[in-house]
Design a protein around this ligand. Structure first.
Ligand SMILES: Cc1ncc(COP(=O)(O)O)c(C=O)c1O
Length: 393
């Protein structure tokens, strides 16, 4: 019938065009599952690109949003606020111990922008060393640190002074670090760049190098934070403390939010040096407070660690030569294929599983941490089926 509302055609008419869109309209979510407008159910291993670690519409987050929305939606940070204060106290309690000041914003890229500004402000130096295959977002500063050329090139000139070196290769950084280096900025596990965990020695080396050279170590934990890798923050696997840590995605259980935590080594964050109208708004703070409490109460961090090992072992049992390598930490999982991943993503969707790419050949799974072993078994057997069928379009 022509009068049935079709979100796909309406959205297609007006959308900017900057996204690769899949031919499905998701209209509802609960826990690990989402449904499209035709009632088809999916196991959601996209999770809003690693946002809903708690599962969709977690009841505690929903209740907190409801409650806060009756009280106060917005409150600029020029005023203090009760909900924000409670969140800051809670957030600092789960962060690495040395990080005890927090700037609140609205997205991952914004948190990286702030981190770059804070590093320059604090050190009075200009250069940022970032990693090849790193992804830090798409605003101009964050984009300057992002590696992928096709994201960056159309927007040159970006901010000057950002250098890229191979990941997991300490010598390359030793070769280029200078008196003017403000910070080294890396992901602890590269996400978009193919789900590549940092080597312990490499990350420890970065810490040592920053201490020796008087520059700051920034860990971008936008994707790896809040239990995704089986610790609150991935750097806690390595017992390493950065000077600056960026957050986003899962920080507020599905509500847009970002944050930057800094140590006492970061100076000069004086009034007027940075800010955001919506940063620290009570609605997002209420959601984040409820989310952090739920991660802890439901032991989801430990669960991510345990289920991550379980599912990687299961995937390892798939007997198909198209798999080159299985990588990951906790429930951040990458399956590198010997061929392009897109046809397999389509085939998975047709079989009721939503998954992500991480570069052209890596199949990435970021399931909500509330996923069960049964559901993971289901996901693995559908992956196996799809790989065996060798779907190509
Ligand atoms: C490590 C990392 N940093 C920054 C970002 C940018 O976050 P956002 O898309 O919220 O701006 C992302 C997004 O995928 C990310 O994975």
């Amino acid at each position: 019938m022509s009068d049935i509302f079709d979100p796909i055609s309406v959205e297609s008419k007006y959308t900017s065009g900057v996204y690769y869109k899949r031919d499905v309209a998701i209209v509802r979510g609960k826990g690990v599952r989402v449904w499209d407008n035709k009632g088809t159910e999916y196991i959601d291993c996209v999770a809003g690109q690693g946002v809903v670690n708690l599962g969709h519409c977690h009841p505690k987050v929903v209740a907190a949003i409801n409650e806060q929305s009756q009280k106060l939606l917005t409150c600029t940070e020029i005023f203090y606020n009760d909900t924000r204060a409670k969140l800051l106290d809670k957030l600092v309690s789960v962060l690495p111990q040395n990080l005890n000041k927090v700037y609140l914003c609205n997205s991952g890229a914004e948190s990286v922008e702030a981190a770059i500004k804070f590093a320059r402000l604090s050190t009075g130096k200009k250069e940022i060393i970032a990693a090849m295959r790193g992804f830090h977002g798409r605003t101009m500063g964050a984009l300057s640190a992002t590696w992928e050329k096709r994201y960056r090139q159309p927007f040159f000139p970006l901010i000057p002074g950002v250098k890229h070196v191979p990941y997991n290769k300490p010598q390359k950084i030793i070769d280029i670090i200078s008196e003017d280096t403000a910070a080294i900025l890396v992901e602890v596990v590269q996400g978009e760049g193919g789900v590549r965990p940092g080597d312990a020695e490499y990350l420890a080396h970065l810490r040592k190098l920053c201490d020796e050279k008087g520059c700051l170590l920034i860990f971008d934990e936008v994707q790896t934070g809040f239990g995704r890798t089986g610790k609150w923050f991935a750097c806690q696997h390595y017992e390493l403390e950065p000077d600056i840590l960026t957050m986003g995605k899962a920080i507020a259980g599905g509500v847009p939010m970002g944050a930057v935590a800094v140590s006492e080594c970061v100076h000069n964050l004086k009034p007027g040096t940075h800010g955001s109208t919506f940063g620290g708004n009570p609605l997002a703070c209420a959601a984040s407070l409820a989310a952090i409490e739920a991660y802890a109460d439901e032991k989801l961090i430990e669960r991510s660690c345990e289920l991550g090992k379980y599912v990687r072992e299961k995937i390892g049992c798939i007997d198909n030569s198209v798999i080159r390598e299985i990588r990951g930490l906790g429930l951040m999982i990458g399956i590198e294929l010997k061929t392009k991943v897109t046809p397999y993503l389509r085939a998975l969707m047709a079989n009721g599983v939503l998954a992500l790419p991480a570069g052209p050949t890596v199949l990435r799974l970021l399931p909500p941490l509330v996923i069960t072993k049964d559901e993971l078994d289901q996901v693995v057997s559908i992956i196996e089926k799809v790989l065996n069928e060798g779907k190509n379009g």
